[in-house]
Design a protein around this ligand. Structure first.
Ligand code: FAD
Length: 381
């Protein structure tokens, strides 16, 4: 329980207010069509570069690597404004959120100099090469193999659900580099940076039910990775990937994927006398407020150098369930049907949310797995 009971309420630094105003001003003048779940499905490389120019990517990376030396709480302010606005942040999201920090923590000087400044400029996007056709929750069972070759490694295997691989400049791939040791399944895994395009990497779209394309199947067919592109120590992949998942799970994107729906319903409710719609907006906002406080507390613990993995799992479980409940509640009270081609922004946003909702509680680790982590943290498992 220690990890949960030690969490302090999150407090934003005094400079957060001015930063928030700056981001709002930028967003008010930017040209984009807001959408639900924009951090996964709203990719616009030009918008990413514009954020890079403002210093809002790689915010927590050191200045000597092109970053901005700012705190995770300042980054929290920027990303919650971008998410709330439904801005097209999907292209750079993974690189900014987790690959950059992971390269900073584990990479060689050469890797840091090559990738971090480009990530901070919004010119280098990454994919996450973890899941496979038979390995999702049980990540240690990955079957992609890395075999020793002259001056590097050869990768063979298939990854699935690789978000944004078709836009990425590189994928960070988890592969088994030593034979499976039944006594320690976590040993013998390594992470490899595969620069794209590569003629021995096939990237094929996996389309959603409505035909949209954001994730992919990625096949490595004898792909050569030079030693210089191994991330961290060979065999240490499990520790690195676990730390990377902490970044992946803890942010406000796990509460705000459907915030646009609340905002749009709020606009409608203000114009109508429908008391049920007003009550719904109030109820959702009250819950969001509590969840945001919890998410902020996790960000505060990260900023203080902690590893709040149990609270992060709890926030992601509660936050993603909330995101789904928003879809149901707004659908009930909006008085419009989901329609991707509608001129009505609420009907369009509903359509985007309905299509994406099944993934909210799966991506980044399913809620069942997260509850297992929370149960262990509480000492009841
Ligand atoms: C929108 C989206 C984007 C994604 N993007 C990426 C990406 O970019 N890169 C990447 O590598 N992966 C990505 N994923 C994959 C995601 O990480 C996996 O879907 C997830 O880890 C679950 O794995 P699985 O799909 O193989 O399901 P499984 O692991 O097969 O699980 C199936 C069901 O069984 C349950 N289950 C499994 N094990 C247990 C257990 N021990 N106890 C209780 N219940 C259990 C699960 O909770 C789930 O409900 C993405 C997924 C989605 C939906």
């Amino acid at each position: 329980m220690a990890n949960l009971s030690e969490l302090e309420p999150g407090t934003l630094p005094p400079e957060a207010g001015a930063l928030r105003d700056e981001v709002r001003e930028f967003l008010a003048g930017a040209s984009f069509t807001p959408r639900c779940d924009s951090w996964l499905t709203g990719a616009d490389p030009a918008f990413s570069r514009a954020l890079g120019e403002r210093g809002w990517l790689g915010m927590t990376l050191p200045e000597r690597y092109g970053g901005h030396g700012r705190s995770p709480l300042e980054r929290f302010v920027v990303i919650e404004e971008l998410l709330a606005a439904g801005a097209p942040v999907g292209a750079h999201w993974i690189a900014d959120r987790q690959t950059g920090p992971s390269i900073l923590a584990n990479g060689t000087e050469e890797q840091k100099r090559r990738f971090l400044p480009a990530i901070a400029r919004g010119e280098c996007f990454f994919g996450i090469g973890m899941s496979e056709p038979d390995s999702g929750s049980d990540l240690a069972s990955v079957r992609t193999r890395a075999e020793r070759a002259d001056g590097g490694w050869t990768l063979r295997g298939t990854k699935v659900w690789t978000s944004g691989a078709h836009l990425a400049h590189a994928i960070l791939v988890l592969a088994r580099s030593e034979p499976l040791d039944a006594g320690d399944r976590h040993a013998g895994l390594s992470q490899f940076i595969v620069a794209l395009p590569d003629e021995r990497v096939a990237i094929r779209p996996i389309r959603g039910l409505s035909g949209e394309h954001h994730f992919n199947e990625v096949v490595f067919d004898g792909t050569f990775v030079p030693d210089a592109m191994v991330l961290g120590r060979p065999g240490d992949g499990w520790r690195q990937v676990t730390a990377e998942l902490a970044y992946e799970r803890s942010g406000p994107e796990r509460l705000l994927s459907t915030f646009m729906l609340i905002r749009l319903l709020h606009g409608r409710a203000a114009d109508t006398a429908d008391p049920a719609a007003r009550r719904t907006v109030g109820r959702l906002m009250a819950r969001l407020w509590a969840l945001r406080q919890a998410s902020l507390a996790v960000a505060g613990a990260l900023a203080a150098g902690g590893t709040p993995d149990v609270p992060a799992a709890l926030v992601k479980d509660l936050g993603t369930r909330f995101e789904n409940e928003v879809v149901d509640a707004v659908r009930e009270h909006a008085g419009v049907e989901p329609d991707p081609g509608s001129p009505d922004p609420l009907a369009r946003a509903l359509a985007q949310a309905v299509v994406q909702a099944p993934g909210f509680t799966l991506r980044g680790g399913t809620n069942e797995i997260l509850r297992g982590i929370v149960a262990r943290g509480l000492g009841v498992r």
